[in-house]
Design a binder for this molecule. Structure first.
Ligand SMILES: [Zn+2]
Length: 173
């Protein structure tokens, strides 16, 4: 049986400055990635920051998010936030050298991570188009072992008006 996909799309809102920062001078020849800092909103996930977690073994089409450096990177960022900040771990991101969204392996990984997370997570792919030189954000959401199609939009509101502090999950699964 195929995993069920929700009829309604989820919405991943990305802080426009964070997006500019992540694609600026990014090397498209080698995949890179890390974890997402943000919070949940009614229709999905808000991404405030792309935290890079280096994978020394990363090649053109493989990025492996390593647990310990990811955990350390998250802790370091959480320490800089105000005490009652709604921001915490909300998912994963990595680059693709071609303009394609999450792969089958990516979706499997998102499902696996979502089984260990208390709440919905996002997987954002920064996909590079070598012809135009442009980067596009594509993503999916996953919750309790199921993936959900998502629309990715940039926002200048930080945090957006529609963000509700429904979740305080600050730890990484
Ligand atoms: Zn991928």
């Amino acid at each position: 049986m195929r995993p069920a996909v929700a009829a309604s799309r989820r919405l991943i809102l990305i802080d426009a400055d964070a997006w500019r920062t992540v694609i600026e001078s990014r090397c498209a020849a080698r995949e890179s990635g890390g974890i997402l800092l943000g919070c949940r909103h009614r229709d999905g996930i808000y991404v405030n920051q792309f935290i890079e977690v280096p994978d020394p073994q990363a090649q053109a089409a493989s990025y492996l998010r390593l647990h310990r450096p990811a955990s350390n990177a998250l802790k370091a960022v959480l320490k800089t936030l105000p005490q009652h900040s709604p921001l915490g771990y909300v998912g994963e991101w990595h680059t693709h050298p071609a303009p394609v969204g999450p792969s089958g392996i990516d979706k499997r990984q998102a499902r696996r991570i979502s089984r260990r997370a208390d709440d919905e997570i996002a997987l954002v792919v920064a996909a590079h188009n070598p012809n135009s030189g442009e980067w596009k954000a594509l993503g999916i959401c996953a919750h309790r072992g199921r993936t959900h199609l998502a629309t990715v939009e940039q926002t200048d509101l930080a945090p957006p008006d529609n963000v509700t502090e429904t979740d305080q999950q600050r730890s990484q699964p």
